[in-house]
Design a protein around this ligand. Sequence first.
Ligand SMILES: [Zn+2]
Length: 75
Amino acid sequence: MTYFMFICNKCNKSVGPRISPINVVVEKKMINHKHRSNANPCRVDGVRDATDDPGGMGYQIVREAKYCSRCASVD
Ligand SMILES: [Zn+2]
């Protein structure tokens, strides 16, 4: 068992020990993922094959913060 402590990024209070921080996404951005050919390996009738990843628009996490359970439940 770990006995770590952490400081909440919202209320700046020391939390713990034996309480895990909750990672909250505080900043994200929309990016365009590129098409990738043969990106997903698979087997079709026992023969190795690969399917394409079509790509497309999706979110990417820019910044995460460690919150205590009280601050995480307010958001
Ligand atoms: Zn907090």
